[in-house]
Design a protein around this ligand. Sequence first.
Ligand SMILES: Nc1ncnc2c1ncn2[C@@H]1O[C@H](COP(=O)(O)OP(=O)(O)O)[C@@H](O)[C@H]1O
Ligand SMILES: [Mg+2]
Length: 222
Amino acid sequence: MGSIIALTNSKGGVGKSTVAVHLAAWCHERGRRTALVDADAQGASSLWLHEAEPDIPISRLQTPDEILDQVPRLAAQFDTLVIDGPAGLSEVTRAVLLVAHLALLPCGPSVLDLRALQEAIRVVEQAQRIRGGAPRAVLVPNKLQVQYRLTQELLAAVQALGVPALGGLRLRQAFADAAGQGTLVWRLGLRGAAATEEITRLFEELHIHESEANHESGVALS
Ligand SMILES: Nc1ncnc2c1ncn2[C@@H]1O[C@H](COP(=O)(O)OP(=O)(O)O)[C@@H](O)[C@H]1O
Ligand SMILES: [Mg+2]
């Protein structure tokens, strides 16, 4: 069974689709059999990934039943399944958390983002109790602007949440441009260089191993 990696949070606009599309393309480019499950009714990541990397299979699954029935079946056929979740803690998000090995929670640098994140972590912990541990949860601080005080507060608050955090992504025009142009930051040339380095480091930090999906703890992190 392949690794099932889900992007979830209770809030929109935090970077779920941005990370999902880049992660799917990154895995595909490294020769892993990869598919995207777009569980967001808005379908942003399906359109974006189809344009950027038409070879990656995409399934649009919009209900808890579809997710619970079809994701395990898909995971048997691929090395990596990336699920782009909807904004909010709906039944769809809860179903996603019942099948994922790893839940990535992107969060922005505002106080509202932090409140949303606390809600999202609560729902992740419900799934972990039901499943006896999985999914492993990791925060992805996004749109960081190190010069602002709030961001430092966010980083301190994130440490207090008790969920491990990856290095995070800065607020960069290249991420917005990639979305607008249906492409990936590593195809933007020089103007995408800093964003590429950042998001690549983030994915490398995940150390995604296929075999780990067979263990209860899910995807291993170094
Ligand atoms: N690190 C970043 N820097 C600049 N813009 C970003 C960054 N991450 C995401 N964005 C932009 O923010 C908006 C929301 O991101 P998106 O990935 O669609 O969030 P979500 O899927 O959580 O709603 C998009 O316009 C996207 O291009
Ligand atoms: Mg989205």
